[in-house]
Design a protein around this ligand. Sequence first.
Ligand code: BES
Ligand code: ZN
Ligand code: ZN
Length: 506
Amino acid sequence: MDTKLVKQAVKESTCDVLIVGAARSSKGAEGKRLVLSPAAREVDHLLDGLLTTMYENGEFKGNLGEVTQIYTMGKMTARRVLVVGLGNVEQLQCHTLRRASGMAIRFAQSKGASQVALALEMAEGAGKADEALQAVVEGALLGVYSFNKYLTMRTNAHSIEQIQFMSAQAESKTQQEALKRGIIMAEAANFARDMVNESPSVLTPSELAKRASDMARQFGLECEILDRPQMEELGMGGLLAVGQGSAQPSKFIILRYRGAPQSSAPTLALVGKGITFDSGGISIKPGAGMEAMKGDMGGAAAVVGAMQIIGALKPVINVTAFVSSAENMLDGASFRPGDVLRIMNGKTIEIVNTDAEGRLVLADALSYAVREDCSPIIDIATLTGACAVALGGVRAGLFCNDDALRDALMATSESTGEKFWPMPIDDDYQEKIESSIADIKQTGGRLGGAITAAKILEHFVGDASWAHLDIASMEMIDGKTSFMGVGASGFGARALATLVLQRAEK
Ligand code: BES
Ligand code: ZN
Ligand code: ZN
């Protein structure tokens, strides 16, 4: 896909579909009124007030993501204009632009557009213009993504060949950088989506490790893959147990980025859950919906995707990624309820349900990060159905032992649109995971299941500043109205990388 930044008069825009934005405002005496983006105003003028008339006749309302198609009948070079709603102008944020951009480009794609120009720029301050452009670029590239490698009957005849991003300051360096950042962010998120969407027969722990190591080579990161003998030597009892019922060997993936080799600050760690298929093991899951468990490596995909962004943008900071990858299967060799496991840091866990495997593989990965004195440590995992029940698949649970880190993550999540919500980790929850025969019991019962899972992880983070993101059911998009379509979301890749970039700038 060809993308470029262009400064062009709306009238002469060389594309077959031009996308402009229309917001609304409820401020002022006259009630709701239309607020057109500068490009939309130009279109309105060229088409003799058509947009204003259509709005006044209730043809569109300016609701976020609402798309209206108009033919220009020779009054402009572009044959068609799409007006995309931006919602309330007072609430206009980067994420609104990202969503509107994605919705509009998906509409254009469905109508067979091949050259699309996006002119969603609103009249704003200079700094904001860069963030806004980045969001529009991300929205467009996340929006046009599709996983079609297995579609042999439906050919994708209508595919967009070129996207032009219209900018009043197209020649400015910061706008060009914003375009580049947007492309890097979206490509990495789409790389993560490809891994999550892939058939779990293909995306095994070995294949996950291969994709991570290919990426590392391409982006100049160090990569180390640990196999069973090394895991045994390190005492990774959690990862070993979870993978022992699978025909696929487990892998522990380490990616290192050294952007500040002279720095004495501790290395930031990203830790991902990489269960390439979660059958539940001996505590087998119900059949309905089990296919979604190919996405149980969504945390790992987010971490690998974030490392790609970091490798591409080269911030001045050191970051190491640790991914525990295994397949949770049923077999004569599987681990079982009743087993007691010893994690890498020496702590023991009494197994009560083999379907609560994520915390076990993460316990080893967190222990590894602690052994390397990393801080902060941020883990991301499709960990508990309880978290999805609590937050409805709209926000991911954020558990954190450091207020400043929590605030930073919350701010990042609002700007990338990958939304988190703070969850508690009070010590009162600890008694639910007490065991009479091991240091910890693996699960704490039905109530507060996301919290007790986080409390287990807390046992493996030592004194590090730590955040845990429970992204269960955020890794897959449900509903057809998303600006990203269907399937995997790549959730977390952009937010984790953005946090790292911000810390590097401090
Ligand atoms: N991978 C699942 C959690 C999950 C659920 C991810 C829905 C994505 C969507 C995890 O391994 C799991 O099965 N957790 C159990 C824990 C329970 C047995 C304590 C759960 O949530 O039911
Ligand atoms: Zn499970
Ligand atoms: Zn799982």
